[in-house]
Design a protein around this ligand. Structure first.
Ligand SMILES: Cc1cc2nc3c(=O)[nH]c(=O)nc-3n(C[C@H](O)[C@H](O)[C@H](O)COP(=O)(O)O)c2cc1C
Length: 197
């Protein structure tokens, strides 16, 4: 069975799972989406979606979760390619307790996908003083739930405009509700501008 969006994540403490669930419920209102815990599915399941969203916490010393490291080996040895699929990645880290290796999993996702010939959308900057450009979304788990949810919602609005698949789907949709993620962001931005006056 095919899906519009496949979200593939792994999580040991539950934070990455909660972010994946938020993404799932935002998309589920508009399109066919499926959430996969990579401990409970097969690498072949990656083939079944037009847009893939991959999520991992940062573990070890700035590394991907070991399960993703294992999948990387499997994907590379089976020469998997992502032709005609769009990919976006998000990672969690902890800036307060791991400032030197904060969100390091993002660079491992980047090298994994580059070695598989895939390109990513949804690039952003790493939270913190230097705002370094990153090939995906890097979330600071120590920043509080509200900030985390807002960062995810902003990123989804970005994906909605960047993704060729989502944009073409939006253009075809007759239901104006599909604009909701975008509208929410614009609404939030105008409210914070008003508060700043
Ligand atoms: C053993 C261990 C190592 C970690 N190493 C890093 C790290 O190198 N860089 C980082 O930014 N966060 C690191 N973290 C923080 C986790 O990425 C963060 O707590 C994340 O939210 C965990 O996600 P989960 O709840 O989905 O498992 C580490 C956490 C643990 C427990």
């Amino acid at each position: 069975m095919r899906y519009d969006v496949g979200i593939f994540y792994v999580s040991s403490g539950g934070r990455t799972r909660r972010v994946a669930e938020q993404i799932n419920s935002e998309f589920a209102r508009f399109i066919k989406v499926r959430l996969f815990n990579i401990n409970e599915c097969h690498t072949n399941d990656l083939k079944r979606a037009d847009l893939l969203i991959l999520g991992s916490p940062t573990y070890g010393i700035g590394s991907l979760h070991p399960k993703w490291a294992r999948w990387r080996q499997l994907l590379e040895t089976s020469c998997t390619d992502f032709n005609n699929q769009e990919i976006a990645v998000f990672v969690l880290g902890d800036l307060r307790h791991h400032p030197k290796t904060f969100g390091g999993a993002i660079w491992h996702f980047e090298s994994m996908l580059t070695s598989l010939g895939a390109q990513t959308i949804g690039h952003s900057t790493i939270p913190g003083n230097k705002a370094i450009p990153a090939p995906g979304l890097v979330l600071d788990a120590s920043s509080g739930q509200r900030l985390l949810q807002d960062s995810v919602a902003n990123w989804l609005a970005q994906l909605w405009t960047e993704s060729t698949f989502l944009s073409s789907w939006s253009a075809l949709a007759h239901n104006k509700d599909f604009c909701a993620p975008m509208c929410r962001i614009l609404d939030r931005q105008s409210k914070s501008l008003e508060q700043g006056k």
